[in-house]
Design a protein around this ligand. Structure first.
Ligand code: TYD
Length: 267
């Protein structure tokens, strides 16, 4: 059976630890600290998110990367936010379809994220897979924070709580209180940001589909969202790779590929 976050956890009480077959000495099971997240190299799990305003054209490149990783023998988990689990997909439909106040929206998005992290992202990383996630928490800072004007400090607090390694490795019943002082936040090894002027994105999107709640926002909203992404990049320069998405699709693809080749993750 594939390890889950909780079976892989090395903080289980002794009576729940299953000795390894063959009577070898008990090695501590991998945790998110020492398995995928501390080893963002070819042999370990990789967590990569993709960001950009609506219409920036990330989807085809995500699919292309999934093919490229699979061609090199890696197992890929392709997923998205909000969403990625049955519960989180229900929350996605609500968040994108129903009007609600900003705090409700933020709480639903982070609830979906928690479910996604616990049930899909963290287990896949523990199995050493490549997780390609269409949007993650930077989108919340860009859309709810910069776009809607929601308090960034509250978002940072929620980010810490929802993505806190300690919380993820807590007891399965969720009874173990998380420690707010814990600073280790699970975040992508790399965030590929497709940067496109909002006017260009609006032009590309026009008439292509029925817009959801965010896609129907005026261009001014997307200017703020784009600035939100720029601010996030400034705060996390080592994690972000900015791609000029205004170029032709082939040129954008080559730029994306070069980022992954440069990191030694694809050849
Ligand atoms: P998107 O990822 O663009 O999917 P699709 O291409 O199928 O429309 O749409 C998700 C929308 O959700 C997008 O408008 C951004 C928004 N969103 C937020 O507002 N906050 C978030 O935290 C996330 C993850 C997404």
């Amino acid at each position: 059976m594939a390890p889950t976050l909780f079976t892989a956890c090395n903080t289980l009480p002794p009576e729940e630890v299953v000795p390894p077959k063959g009577g070898l000495s008990v090695e501590p099971a991998p945790t998110l600290f020492d398995s995928p997240l501390a080893l963002p190299s070819g042999g370990a799990g990789l967590f990569i998110s993709f960001e950009g305003i609506d219409g920036a054209g990330k989807s085809t490149h995500i699919a292309g990367l999934a093919d490229a990783f699979e061609a090199q023998g890696r197992v890929v988990t392709l997923t998205r936010e909000p969403g990625g689990t049955p519960l989180a997909e229900k929350l996605r439909a609500t968040v994108l379809g129903d009007p609600m106040d900003a705090l409700t929206e933020v709480l639903l998005i982070f609830a979906a994220r928690r479910d996604h992290l616990v049930n899909v992202i963290a287990p896949a990383l523990l199995r050493g897979e490549v997780v390609l996630c269409d949007r993650f928490t930077d989108a919340t800072f860009a859309y709810q924070g910069a776009g809607r004007g929601f308090d960034l400090n509250v978002l940072s607090t929620l980010e810490r709580w929802v993505q806190c390694d300690e919380g993820l490795l807590g007891d399965p019943a969720g009874n173990k209180p998380m420690k707010p002082e814990i600073e280790t936040v699970i975040e992508p090894h790399l965030t590929v940001w497709f940067d496109l002027p909002p006017e260009e994105a609006a032009f590309r999107l026009a008439g292509t589909r029925v817009p959801d709640k965010f896609e129907s926002q005026p261009v001014e909203f997307f200017r703020r969202v784009a600035q939100g992404y720029a601010d996030r990049q400034q705060g996390h320069p080592e994690r972000f790779a900015r791609i000029d998405a205004s170029q032709a699709r082939d040129v954008v693809w080559q730029a994306v590929l070069q980022v992954f080749i440069g990191k030694g993750w694809l050849s």
